[in-house]
Design a protein around this ligand. Structure first.
Ligand SMILES: NC(=O)c1ccc[n+]([C@@H]2O[C@H](COP(=O)([O-])OP(=O)(O)OC[C@H]3O[C@@H](n4cnc5c(N)ncnc54)[C@H](OP(=O)(O)O)[C@@H]3O)[C@@H](O)[C@H]2O)c1
Length: 303
């Protein structure tokens, strides 16, 4: 049963930041938005803020049962019209020295940001196929210009970029476009989560691990937080997502928000050693070999 004739779009991770701004923007511009949230209170707040049609759905991208239920709900409402768009936005950002990051946290990073996106895409492709819908993947410019200690997040986003490239070609025969949006610095709720999470990573490390990385890591976190506090508002990224979803001939990739273009240029133009030096200077990292611990050999009897 199709109860409305406007285009239907699913946005995952719509409780805050870019996902919330995208859901509200698309609803205000005549889409019926299904907004994936994990807490019912976030759904209530979204409905109150929305000026158009917005239906919140419990949708944790790592929960197979919730994915199936959301697919059935949306299929029941959209009927033959299917889905005009899927915005794979949900994500977490785990930072930390790769030597210390608990492996379970690294797995979780990939589970949410990569496997979860594919699970959602697989589940909704039959509905997207009905209306030659579009998929927008939210990547990150950090995938191209990667400072130290954002390894877990950047690894997930470069994998997502690779998935987008493969998917774009696989779905082209069905006229389903796949567009990657790579935000730079966006002032979202993620910044607040970063500070708390970073301190937790360090508090879980052994005293030896902390001694190796604490200062350098906290410098990076401080730099990153300051950059994002001065970043673009989430609606800036939402505008780009809207463009990627609705322009007749979308590009394969769009940059969004402050610093995205600058970082893309640095990644494209500077040789890797110059990029490392630039990132080291910007994030106040110790110089090469400055922290080598000398192992002094024991004097032998002959000496
Ligand atoms: N902010 C930036 O500068 C920036 C830059 C590059 C890329 N990005 C990307 O943009 C996307 C949105 O980030 P944001 O900055 O807007 O951060 P945010 O405000 O923290 O939003 C993240 C969203 O993802 C949801 N989420 C987390 N885990 C989930 C799961 N397992 N299943 C479903 N939803 C889940 C969160 O829901 P809960 O509230 O329930 O946790 C929240 O709605 C992410 O993919 C991020 O990597 C952001």
């Amino acid at each position: 049963m199709n109860v409305c004739t406007c285009p239907h779009v699913l946005v995952t991770g719509a409780s805050s930041g870019i996902g919330r701004a995208t859901a509200l923007r698309l609803a205000a511009r005549g889409h019926h938005v299904y907004a994936g949230i994990r807490k019912p209170a976030d759904g209530t707040a979204l409905v109150q803020a929305a000026t158009g049609q917005l239906t919140p759905l419990l949708l944790d991208v790592t929960d197979a049962g919730q994915i199936t239920a959301a697919t059935q709900t949306i299929a029941g409402h959209t009927g033959d019209a299917g889905l005009a768009g899927l915005v794979n936005n949900a994500g977490i950002g785990i930072f930390g020295p790769l030597e210390l990051i608990p492996i379970e946290q690294f797995r979780r990073q990939l589970d949410v940001n990569v496997t979860g996106q594919l699970a959602i895409t697989q589940a909704f492709l039959p509905l997207l196929r009905r209306s030659h819908g579009r998929i927008v993947m939210i990547g990150s410019i950090g995938n191209r210009f990667t400072p130290p200690f954002i390894g877990p997040l950047a690894a997930s986003k470069s994998t997502l970029a690779t998935l987008s490239t493969a998917l774009r070609q696989e779905l082209a025969p069905f006229d389903i476009r796949v567009v990657l949006v790579e935000p730079g610095s966006i002032r979202s709720e993620a910044v607040g989560k970063l500070d708390a999470d970073a301190r937790q990573v360090m508090s879980q490390a052994s005293p030896d691990g902390r001694a190796l990385y604490n200062d350098a890591f906290l410098h990076l976190v401080g730099f990153f937080s300051a950059l994002h506090h001065k970043g673009s508002p989430p609606d800036e990224a939402a505008k780009t997502v809207e463009r990627a979803l609705t322009t007749p001939r979308p590009r394969t990739c769009y940059l969004a928000g402050k610093n995205a273009r600058r970082m893309a240029l640095a990644a494209a133009l500077l040789p890797p050693a110059a990029q490392d030096a630039l990132r080291r200077r910007l994030t106040h990292q110790p110089a090469r070999a400055s922290r080598v611990t000398q192992t002094v050999p024991e004097p032998t009897a002959a000496q």
